[in-house]
Design a protein. Structure first.
Length: 329
């Protein structure tokens, strides 16, 4: 009898120890899992999203403002997307959010959720921000700003240090004291750009989303110049009867990235000419925030039409190029 009691007692002690070990193991597993999650959260920082960045506040929340991109792709280095969480750009004109691997169409509820991002013409947030969204399948559940780009970044990415080469339309005739231009581009042109970018004066948009301009020069205005393919681009002044800038005293131009210019999501690149007048166009060259995240290189071409009647300024078809710019041999 005593032996049986002792044996039962030993079994009881053993079971208690096994149970304690088991519980301790579960606690250990929970601690390990939490530690792993903490490490992952710590790794997913925004310390190196851009080569130069600072903190700014949007909707009372601090987010990163990108001041300069990385020199090599990926130019913007956000954490990877998942099925439930993605970093997206908003395209209100097409009612979609675009991400690295595609896009998601937005229903009326989602567009209402995103309305603050595009309804204020003075601050077209969608043209400067990337967002973090929570998805349930293809349904948008929540959205919050994740990364803001300073307006200078887009012009640095697109054109700074590069050139535009292609064709521009010729001068046709004077009509009512004003020049009239051909509708179809036919004359070779090269516009070169440095690195000088400044805030646009008299631009109505303001707040955190300022409009900037990049200064450039029509490099073949008076002298021939080498193109990016080492071909000689003739001077526009060589043909005074068709030179679209025959009244120009300088070849200086200004390029402006302008979001939602006429409140219809018409995001444009504007080129101001030295003789007055300008061109608008270039959706690809405009560059949306999502383009900085998923593109490996600058996209073109640029088709610029007059801001006004179709013949009031020269029309231009050009592409961004690297190289060239020296004198013809």
């Amino acid at each position: 009898m005593k032996s049986t009691t002792r044996l039962a007692l030993l079994w009881t002690i053993l079971l208690v120890q096994i149970f304690a070990i088991s519980c301790g193991g579960e606690d250990s597993d929970d601690e390990d899992s939490q530690q792993k999650q903490d490490e992952e959260d710590e790794e997913e920082t925004f310390d190196d999203v851009c080569s130069e960045q600072q903190m700014t506040t949007i909707d009372g929340v601090e987010i990163v403002e990108c001041l300069a991109l990385h020199d090599e792709a990926p130019y913007v280095r956000l954490p990877e997307d998942s099925d439930e969480r993605r970093f997206v750009g908003l395209n209100p004109d097409r009612a979609v959010v675009e991400f690295r691997g595609g896009e998601v169409a937005l229903n009326e509820d989602a567009m209402e959720l995103l309305a603050p991002e595009y309804e204020d013409w003075d601050e077209p947030r969608y043209a400067y921000l990337l967002y973090e969204v929570e998805l349930d399948g293809e349904e948008l559940k929540s959205v919050k700003p994740a990364l803001m780009f300073n307006g200078e970044v887009f012009l640095h990415y697109n054109l700074a240090g590069l050139a535009l080469e292609g064709l521009i339309s010729a001068f046709d005739e004077m009509e009512g004291g004003a020049p009239r231009f051909e509708l179809e581009p036919s004359l070779p042109i090269r516009v070169g750009f440095g690195e000088e970018i400044e805030q646009r004066e008299m631009a109505p948009q303001g707040g955190s989303f300022r409009v900037y301009q990049l200064k450039g020069t029509i490099t073949n205005l008076t002298e021939g110049v080498l193109g990016a393919g080492d071909d000689c681009i003739p001077a526009l002044a060589d043909e005074p009867e068709t030179n679209p800038f025959f009244e120009a005293h300088t070849g200086e131009v200004e390029v402006i990235r302008y979001a939602n210019m006429h409140t219809g999501f018409d995001d444009v690149i504007v080129v101001d000419w030295p003789t007055g007048g300008d061109n608008m166009g270039g959706e690809d060259l405009f560059a949306r925030p999502i383009d900085l995240l998923r593109r490996d290189e600058v996209s073109g071409p640029y088709h610029g039409t007059p801001h006004g009647t179709p013949w009031s300024s020269p029309t231009m078809d050009v592409e961004p190029v690297d190289g060239g710019g020296g004198p013809c041999p």
